[in-house]
Design a protein around this ligand. Sequence first.
Ligand code: CA
Length: 399
Amino acid sequence: MYWGSLLLTGAIALSASAPSQAMSQEGFAQCIERFSREAKTQGLDSAIVRDSLANLKWVDRVIELDRRQPEFTTPFSDYLSRRVTDQRVADGRRLLREHRDLLARVEREYGVPAPYLVAFWGLETNFGRYFGKMSVLDSLATLACDERRSTYFTRELMSALRIVDEGAIAPERMEGSWAGAMGHVQFMPSVFIRHAVDYDNDGKRDLWNSLPDAMASAANFLSSMGWDDEYRWGREVRLPENFPYLEAGLKQRRPLSEWHQMGIRQTNGTTLPSADIEAALLVPSGHRGPAFLVYDNFKVIMGWNQSEYYALAVGHMADRIAGAGKLSRTPPEDSPRLNRDQVMAIQEKLNAEGHEAGKVDGIWGPATRQALSQFQSERDLVPDGFPDPNTLSALGIDL
Ligand code: CA
């Protein structure tokens, strides 16, 4: 991989964009040929599809953005405070009231409570204020022509052509993120094809200009992934003293009743509801930060965006919009921001000690966290998988 080889040298300033990978005219023309054949094979051969294919442009900037790597890890505290702001919560509450009738109808029909829909809307586009200004067709064509994830983006490009073909939006107005996410709730084209709904019955599935379409589509997508409106996403909880933190992590699911027996309570001290469901415990800021029990709907949120932080932000945002207060425990402000060299050094050290942090890639993921918990446990540190100053010093990492 392109970045992999550079990263191992550790000699590059990671904030800098990768050099743009200019595509030759012939190279891109060959790609368009390939797209045209593929489109025809899929029965996409209308005038508007042929025009769209003929107008595709290679965009250097898309490749730069695709190769961009964050310079530092983002602690959960930073992630949450940037996304779930007081202003955004206030906007969400106002919009929940303003669109009460629509949202109630969607909720009844699809079984996804309105505050969640508004939370996704707020996190994805700040309630429709920012859809992204890139041409979705050009972005997808560029990524499909690039070798890194060509198969995936070719499929997305075909879905985008299908959307143009059905007349949902004019090709030149099909704007979105550099990676092809579109409209109020930033659907990828393949998700649009499968789950978008013409809820206002004007004959078009329009996720850019119709809020009814966008909200019903979001609800339809969540419902298709198994949203269960009998339950919440999860909740913040209070852990007892000396809690065995090795039990935390998304993959370690237990019945709610077992978590109760281990002394976990609601943040106000009351017992957990007795429901016959499984939950996992997350401590994204370590033992000094908030703890969460997450239920099945949390996995549904991660089907939308495969990030635990994102799913926690959606859940918390939905609670706030529905009237709840802030988290009872504020994530510690002094969470270290690690640069990639430091993360790689941690991963190397953990691997060397037999803790299986996985590939030394500088990315702070579940495997690294799990390995760190084991290291902490061996060293009699609180095994919360969180790189606090004590743990870093035990690892020999200088900040
Ligand atoms: Ca419509």
